[in-house]
Every structure is written in C-alpha cells, then in structure tokens.
Ligand binder design. Sequence first.
Ligand code: HSE
Length: 401
Amino acid sequence: MKKFAVLGHGVVGSGVVELFYKNKANIEKHAGSEMDIKYILDLRDFPDSPYKEKFTKNFDDILNDDEVTAVAECMGGVEPAFTFIKKLLENGKSVSTSNKELVAKKGDILLKTAMEHNCNFFFEASVGGAIPIIRPLHRCLAANDITKVAGILNGTTNFILTKMYNDNMPFDEALALAQKLGYAEKDPTADIEGHDACRKICIISSLVFGKHVYPDSVFTKGISDIQLCDVSSADMLGYSIKLIATVSRNENGKILPVVMPMLVPSENIIAGVIDVFNAVLVYGDGIDQTMFYGRGAGKLPTASAVLGDVIESVKHNVTVFSQSWDSAEDDSFIDTVENFKARWYLRTPSANTPSTGIGNTYDVHEDGSEYAFVTEEVLTFAQVKNIAEEVKAIAVMPVLD
Ligand code: HSE
C-alpha cells in the first residue's frame, strides 16, 4: 500500500481527492500498487467532507510519517509551499505540484534537492493544466533539437478573449465569469497581466534550454488594455487576438522568451483554440511541429495532471534526471526583447500614415477617426517602437506567423 498526502484543499486539491477516489481502482492498476490518501493539509475545517478524518492542520504529521512516500502540493504561492516541499524532499518524499509560481521562481533549487535525496519533484500540472507537455518535452521529444515553443498557456485570458470575440462581451464581465467558473487565480492580475503565462513559459524555457529562466527576465504584457475594437479590427484583417507565450533560440545563440497579446492568422490552428483551452506548439528538427491541446485550467483537468505525477512518484523510486535544469548565475543567455521580430498590428489616428509598407487597412470606427493595419515587413520590436511613435499608435501587437 502506497500512501500519499495532499497539501491544500482548494480548487485543485479538492479535485485531486475527488478524482483519486472516483478512479482509485484504475489509478492503482497504473501505479502497480494499492494506494490511499493518508492526510489532507488545510487550515480550514471541512466538517461535511466524506474524508474529514484525513484532514490535518499540522504539516509535521505528514513530514514525519514514514508511511507517506508521495505528496501532492496544491496550495499555490511561494511560501509556505517552498519550505514545506524542500523539507519533504529532504526527507525523501517525492512531491508533485500544480504551483507554477513556485516552479518558475524556485524550481532549480527544488530539483537539486530532489536529486540529492533520490526522490522526485514533478510539476506536469504547472503548465497547460490537463495537457501533458512537461514529460513529452524531456522524454518523447528528447531526440530533437528544440528551437521554439509557442502557445496559449493561460485559460482565463483565452476564455476572456473568446467571450470578447464571440459575444462582444466587455472585458470585466468576461473576467467575472472566468472567476465564477474557477479558472482565474485568486488574484486575477496574475492572469490578465500575463504573469501566469510568464511563469509557465519560464518553466518550459528552463526545461528545454537547460538553465533557469526567472520571471523577472521575461518581457510580459497582458490583455487588460485590449479593446473590443482591436478584437473586431483584427478579425476584419483576418486574425484572432490571443495571449501568446513563446520562447525561441535566436541566431545569436541566446533564447528569447516573451508573453504578449498577438494576432494569430485565422488559418493558424492556434486561432481555433477557444475558451479555457490551451495549446502548445513545439518546433524541433526531427518533429517539425507538434501541437499539444487541452483544457488549461479547472479543477479536474489540473487534478488529472497532479495525479499522473503522483502515480509516477509511486512507480519511480529513483530521480528522473532528464527533468531538470541548472541554476542561472545571470540572464546573459536571454536576448533583449528589442530583437523580437514579427509583422506588427497598429491602430492609429487616421491622420497619421507611417513610412513603412502597410498592406490592407481597416477603418476602426464609423466616423473614420482611426485605422488599423498590419505591417508588410518583419520588423524588430525596436524598429516598430519608432514607427509607433511616428504615427502616435494607440495599440501595437505582433503577429504570430
Ligand atoms: N489561472 C490559470 C489559467 C489556471 O487560467 O490558465 C491554470 O494554471
């Protein structure tokens, strides 16, 4: 019998408990062993829970119980999660987490601790919710030279942008609905300002390129200033607006991770990814392109990924070395965002015409006061900033080609 504990009984933690007991027989078959949850850690009381006897408020009950060999961390935030996980790993207990903020900020330290104590720190649920992406990147795709990863990594913003596009729903109303459905973070700033997607692209960048990429090193812009008129102008020009997180290795050998709202051509498969769904495109020399798609947020989708890792923890009693990266002494291996290249969407007052080729234009308002266009040329961020200044652009976004 393998026993595990669940830290936190919020949306994801309660989903882990629910899905485990729903599919216990099947999970045990995959794990090759009988399994049970011994503890659920939460400071709140759950007197009506069918599992109320498993609740504890004392972390040491879990830390000091030799019967517990694996732990699912679903508390979120850096502290006390970091301190708890480090102690668990030092005691040889493998930990599976859905906590992207923690992995993005402290993953290198926890991976090293797991290695030193012959156990595992798994984090499949931290990127893309239900989508298997971490394990495929370091296992199934390990034979490739991966040069770029790009995609939609935040369900809340994709849900909001879909509501704006399909239903003409104002931003605030769509955000309130996402919160009601349990998609958004406790503080929705992390979703709408791109911090959540930033953390996820940090994790992917670190895993793919082998050095820890910290959130502070990543240019991040969210969707809070996107107007309904940008959504409709982009549509008329043949694009959908999506919050895209991307990392690529540039010609100078440096990597460039960024998070920005981008215009996705309507024929691109990513444009059809709607609601809370996420999609990740991986580019490698063997595979060309492979896309991973699924529910990127929500109780059971995230719980599915956490439990997949718990099952792996039960099966593996040695550290999985391929799922690791080094700490970074500085961020000199990260390119400046000024070198980010794309074609660009600009919305600008009609009186101003730029000196660059602009292709089709679209009159944004009936009174002809503003127009929108996409540059014909690929330009760096540094170049487009000059053009934006020249035409007094109101909105500037890259195109994902
Ligand atoms: N708030 C996150 C999202 C949850 O909307 O994608 C999953 O990480």
